[in-house]
Design a protein. Structure first.
Length: 80
């Protein structure tokens, strides 16, 4: 392996290292968000949380609570 090939290989290894650091930073940021989302979904699916039946609704706290469209978007179930 000549010097040019060695230099190119070192640059590739350095670039991969930089990318790996950035991915690890992103994972550290996203990991708590995933845990929080799982807790929210679990709480809502088990009927916990704030129940909003809408203004003037005659519905009471009957049956399972269904997520409205805004809540589904906030939890990532629907795309904007």
């Amino acid at each position: 392996m000549n010097e040019l090939e060695r230099t190119a290989l070192n640059e590739v290894v350095r670039t991969v290292g930089i990318i790996l650091e950035k991915v690890e930073n992103i994972e550290r940021v996203l990991e708590p968000q995933t845990e929080i989302r799982e807790e929210i979904v679990s709480a809502l699916s088990s009927g916990k949380g704030i129940v909003d039946y809408g203004i003037g609704s005659n519905l009471g706290p009957l049956g399972k609570r269904v997520l409205n469209e805004d809540e589904e978007k906030a939890l990532g179930f629907l795309e904007d």
